[in-house]
Ligand binder design. Sequence first.
Ligand SMILES: [Fe+2]
Length: 269
Amino acid sequence: MIFQIQILKDHFNMKKLPKTYSNILLKNGYLIINSENYGSIEWIKNLIIKTIKKNVKKFDGELNNLHKFVSIKKLNKIRMSVYNTINKNTELKKKYFSVCNNVIDELVGNELAIQKKINISFQLPKDNSSLLSLHSDVWSGDSPYEIVVWIPMVDVYRTKSMYILPQNKYSKFLNTLKKLKNKSSNQLYKKLKNDFIWLNLKFGQILIFNQTLPHGNVINEEKTSRISLNCRFKGLFTPYGTKTLGDFFEPFSMKVISKIGTNYKLPKL
Ligand SMILES: [Fe+2]
């Protein structure tokens, strides 16, 4: 309880705090950083292009143009195929982590669990089949001890991106939720529409956000396609939601005494 009170105090006194990643996350609910390793982000992009090319014969290799080569009807089948193929690559998680290694170390720690499979989203212009309406990940099995690392493979802006409710609007969200009779995502979205922040990122930038905050996307009304990846990191020994270790998460980094402790079996004395 004392710990919780301290977090809130820090949050409201942000002006006095140094601008560390932790303080920015507490204040805003998200961070946008430049990749710590541009080579890795290029490597990930090339892996995706190569994999799409195997599935979509005429694809020209420009991810912004994906809608010109893939029909919305075939989109999910291709997405699943790309998802499965890229996740078979044993380097992917290491490369993913290397783009935000220092930030994760500060925000989460150095004994980590990572999602077993990295998600990939395709948002083609005018496609309404792969939308994520207003939600928080903790409403569907994630724990509040997780952070999302979201990496766009193209420049994203306006409806081609995603929105998030900033931390300073969260109490307004809770009050709105209390008052609403029809507690649907759409109703909540309409009520809070002006409070969301649309996140603009250039390729090479990374979004890290607190997934307890409501977020989502809308139909991509821009002219080009969005391809993005997302993956959750959490402290290996922090509480899990219904997405458990072994099922949804796997250990990513572990200190030696944790390995010893995890493998230890008390002998029968
Ligand atoms: Fe989400």
